[in-house]
Write a protein that binds this ligand. Structure first.
Ligand SMILES: [Zn+2]
Length: 491
């Protein structure tokens, strides 16, 4: 691969401003403003078409909207000796057809004055490329395209169909992009006439990465595959009262009722739950730790420990909660979390508010549903004067494919083989994705979903995502290209 050319194409991708402008962020943007905002999304789609001419020649390309671009890279071998080999066939599901790689080309907005470089300048210095989207996630998307282009040039043809679905509004829940693309897939399968759509053996989206020094006490690099995803729910809590002059406050103030409600929520955390995925993760981490201390990573000991943890889960969950009480990263794997994110009263210091409101953001751990979580919060608050309302879109958790929890099943071997080729020192582990990804819209279309960004990231590397001075090391960019190359070669 010609490295300078790849870097140049990556820079061009960053320079297309696919952040969503402020004048279209409200509820009813004007048609002109919307069209102007969609321009760069279309420009990005066209850019891919021209920047990767060899891939574009062999792949079928469909633009469903400015928010959705789909490619089908046709497989070459017959279905008997390739497609669906790893896929799980069930009686009522249509036969899986190929695999699906997801990415998004929109980026979150920037506060340009807080950056030390131009956020859309794609400046390269000291081995890093700076710019909004370098990590989340144009870097991965461009790496996918670079790998595909290079393989096509080499004359490679996959055995099974590889589909790419790129979204233009992931950072705004994917409601026009991924959701519509998934609906399109569901209705466009070859067995459409029977009311069944297309299914994929497995889906790969952005997610956790190869982490270095992110888990306390463990220095071995860990390839964390997000096989389960937490749900998302924002709730507004509001208390109304008669507005008036603050020199004559009522005996019971709305702010006090709201504060009491928040306090009650904080005192009644969601119960801890040790899911099979987390049980496997903890067992493996214990194995990795003992290996670092001179022992061996014995698969049978890990399997035994996982079984034991699963049996003792109701007891182990609170013990682990106590053990990791100072570690938000682990607590998030054991609980539905509640973050108190917004608080609002009146606009002036001497005016009684007619309404006080707070917003809490929940990340739902399976099997909590949106309704169950609302019932739980209603019970925790225990005060009818506090009104609850869902804010924006809520999503239930996406549980893991059970076989993935046992580190097997559709795509597991392929994925870990590709990772081992590029990150030979990293140990693959099942993980729970605590943030939301576009892949949740595809939950009904896949035998399993992986959320994995093939890069080596330290906690410092992670902190620039959605922040100022977002950057990616060129080393990571090329690791990602190598990973997708290795992965496609296995398909
Ligand atoms: Zn992203």
């Amino acid at each position: 691969m010609e490295k300078e050319g790849a870097i140049e194409r990556f820079r061009r991708a960053i320079r297309i401003r696919t952040d969503w402008p402020e004048n279209v962020r409200g509820d009813n943007p004007s048609a002109e403003a919307l069209e102007a905002a969609e321009g760069p999304l279309r420009a990005f789609q066209d850019f891919l078409d021209k920047a990767y001419p060899c891939f574009s020649r062999v792949a079928e390309r469909r633009v469903l909207s400015p928010y959705s671009l789909v490619y089908r890279w046709p497989g070459g071998a017959s279905s008997e000796d390739s497609g669906g080999k790893e896929g799980q066939k069930t009686a009522d599901a249509p036969e899986p057809e190929g695999v699906l790689i997801l990415a998004h080309y929109d980026v979150v907005p920037v506060e340009a004055d807080k950056w030390s470089t131009d956020p859309f300048g794609a400046e390269v210095k000291e081995g890093f490329m700076y710019g909004r989207g370098t990590q989340d996630m144009k870097g991965s998307l461009i790496a996918v395209m670079e790998a595909a282009e290079e393989l096509v040039i080499r004359g490679f043809r996959p055995r099974q169909d590889i589909w790419f679905a790129f979204g233009g509004d992931e950072e705004r829940s994917g409601l026009q992009g991924a959701r519509n693309t998934a609906a399109w897939f569901a209705g466009s399968g070859r067995s459409q006439g029977c009311g069944q759509g297309r299914r994929f053996s497995w889906v790969l989206d952005e997610g956790s990465s190869v982490t270095i020094n992110q888990i306390r006490g463990i220095s071995t690099p860990l390839a964390l595959f997000g096989i389960e995803e937490k749900g998302f729910l924002s709730l507004e809590l509001a208390v109304d009262q008669k507005p008036g002059h603050s020199s004559r406050p009522p005996r019971v103030q709305a702010a006090v009722l709201l504060a009491r409600a928040l306090l009650r929520i904080s005192r009644r955390p969601f119960p801890a739950r040790l899911s099979p995925v987390v049980a496997a993760l903890f067992s493996l981490l214990a194995g990795v730790r003992s290996r670092e201390r001179g022992g061996a990573l014995r698969p049978r000991a890990v399997a035994f420990r996982t079984r034991l943890l699963n049996i003792l889960a109701p007891l182990a969950a609170p013990i682990l909660t106590f053990t990791f009480r100072r570690d938000p990263q682990f607590l998030a794997l054991l609980h539905t979390t509640v973050a108190m994110t917004q608080l609002e009263g009146s606009a002036a210091d001497n005016v009684m508010p007619s309404r006080v409101r707070a917003v809490i953001n929940l990340r739902l751990l399976a099997p909590w549903t949106v309704d169950d979580a609302i019932n739980y919060i209603t019970w925790a608050v225990g005060d009818e004067r506090v009104k609850l309302r869902i804010l924006g879109s809520a999503f239930p958790p996406v549980p893991a494919c059970p076989e993935h929890g046992r580190m097997a099943g559709p795509g597991w071997d392929t994925m870990t083989k590709a990772a081992a080729a590029v990150f030979p020192d990293a140990i693959p582990l099942p993980f729970i994705m605590t943030a939301a990804t576009d892949s949740r819209h595809y939950r009904d279309l896949a035998g399993g979903i992986f959320r994995f960004s093939p890069m080596r990231l330290s906690p410092a590397d992670m902190s620039s995502v959605h922040g100022h001075d977002e950057r990616i090391s060129l080393e990571n960019f090329f690791l990602a290209i190598r990973f997708y190359t290795a992965l496609f070669e296995l398909l």
